[in-house]
Design a protein around this ligand. Structure first.
Ligand code: AMP
Length: 450
């Protein structure tokens, strides 16, 4: 299959060729023709599959003719996070460079003034997070009645973040004759309900999950005591050919602390989490993309769907609480044909999460012995003095310790019924787990990333 077979205009074919794409990915081959025929679409696909181009490319051709009017966007793309919205906007600029379409990005964390000005001029494509969109709508700055094309991207993530009521409200404000495309990595019942309610005879297109089908990601888990995680991480970074790595933690404070310690220990590390303002997040991301830093400590909310090329390793410093997040996290490596390595640290309290990941991915995660990781090199080209002691602070939740994703209510009673796992060497030598792992107190509950 060639891009030229999909019915796209010559201008788009040129932009695609300039982007260096030889042939459409499976989701593009399946989705682009029906979208060009103005059909509603349900796309079961996640980031890394080329799904952004599968809706952005046909949208550009559909919108190529026609004029925008003040405050009345002609199309709307909803994204769960600011970073994803910014990334889709980048894609739009790349693919739409031979067209003259106007675009506005409505995301939280940046001033509304410029966004309002852009809306006043009239936009062909509005890319928004639900929170900011609703805010501006309620202030009377946007009219949805001219919006003939709607994309709901990462719908399952929208669900996790509590955005479904906002989306229902937004859908009900758009003309009923619009074309709607919904993309989601999974199809849990609330998303199915949403699509039944707001899509019209949709065509389903599905591509296999990179996590299950993508053999280019070498996945493994390593059992480790919480206190031994830092050493294990440094051993991996020092000895396992890591060019660039994203280290995922479950809590924002853990991201902050880890990044701080790694910098002290001489690593070129940066961080990205939901407590940072938008400009700092984007700046940090830019530093990572440009190679100024090669390690990015990240939380899920901030990192979901980020398209960062050539990440050699993903390390789940904490195993994710949601199995879907596992798929998204490891999808940061092994992208677009490149091979990648995903290593997940598992403590003796994490077995429940391993089970749910294995259930979702349909595969048993290979277990690596922690002893197979060589110890960290004390002078491994790190910038700081090799004699500097590494800090090994025990991490306790503090009142500002907001989780960046909502932890499902844990069931300590059920957990305690589970037989204790055989503790590998790293666990016994590094002492007992003193990390907090109980139910989430109110103050730790997720802050929505609006
Ligand atoms: P996405 O799933 O939309 O986040 O895209 C993942 C990555 O694949 C991005 O870096 C895209 O630039 C890239 N990409 C999208 N379509 C193609 C294609 N047809 N050939 C090669 N790379 C692509």
């Amino acid at each position: 299959m060639k891009f030229a077979d999909l019915g796209l205009s010559d201008e788009l074919l040129k932009a695609v060729a300039d982007a260096g794409y030889d042939e459409p990915t499976p989701i593009q081959a399946q989705a682009i023709p029906p979208v060009l025929m103005m059909k509603d679409i349900i796309g079961i696909a996640q980031t890394g599959t080329g799904k952004t181009a599968s809706f952005v490319l046909p949208m550009i051709d559909i919108l190529a003719h026609g004029r925008s009017r003040a405050r009345m966007p002609r199309s709307l793309i909803l994204e769960p996070t600011r970073e994803l919205a910014a990334q889709v906007a980048e894609n739009f600029e790349k693919y739409g460079k031979n067209h003259n379409l106007s675009m506005a990005l409505l995301i939280g964390g940046v001033s509304m003034g410029d966004q309002i000005k852009a809306l006043e001029k009239g936009v062909d494509v509005l890319i928004a997070t639900p929170g900011r969109l609703m805010d501006l709508f309620e202030r009377g700055r946007i009219l949805m009645s001219g919006c003939e094309l709607l994309v709901i991207d990462e719908a399952d993530r929208m669900l996790d973040m509590g955005f479904i009521p906002d989306i229902e409200q937004i859908c009900s404000k758009l003309p009923s004759t619009r074309q709607t495309m919904l993309f989601s990595a999974t199809m849990p019942p609330p998303i199915k309900k949403l699509s039944d309610q707001f899509l019209n005879n949709p065509k389903s297109v599905e591509v296999s999950r990179p996590a299950t089908a993508n053999t280019s990601i070498d996945q493994s888990i390593i059992h480790v005591a919480p206190k031994a995680k830092r050493k294990l991480l440094y051993g991996i970074l020092d000895n396992e050919g890591v060019d660039t790595a994203i280290i995922f933690c479950n809590r924002k404070t853990e991201v902050r602390d880890l990044c701080q310690d790694m910098r002290k220990d001489g690593f070129d590390a940066g961080q990205i989490h939901g407590d940072m303002d938008q400009s700092s997040r984007l700046a940090e991301l830019e530093r990572f993309k440009s190679g100024e830093i090669n390690i990015l400590c990240a939380s899920d909310v901030a990192a979901r769907g980020l398209d960062i090329k050539g990440v050699s390793h993903v390390v789940n410093y904490d195993i994710p609480w949601h199995p879907d997040d596992y798929i998204h996290r490891i999808g940061r490596t092994g992208r677009a044909g490149a091979t990648g390595i995903a290593i997940t640290f598992v403590t003796n309290r994490d077995e429940e999460h391993v089970d749910s990941i294995e259930k979702l991915t349909g595969m048993k995660l290979p277990v690596r012995d922690s002893k197979s990781v060589k110890p960290e090199k004390k002078q491994s080209g790190k910038k700081s003095s090799p004699d500097k002691p590494k800090s090994e602070k025990p991490k306790k939740p503090r009142p500002d310790d907001h989780a960046d994703t909502k932890k499902p209510s844990s069931k300590p009673s059920e957990k305690s019924k589970k037989p204790e796992k055989q503790t590998p060497i790293a666990e016994t030598t590094e002492g007992q787990d003193d990390d907090w792992n109980g139910p989430v107190p109110g103050f730790l509950d997720a802050k929505l990333d609006r």
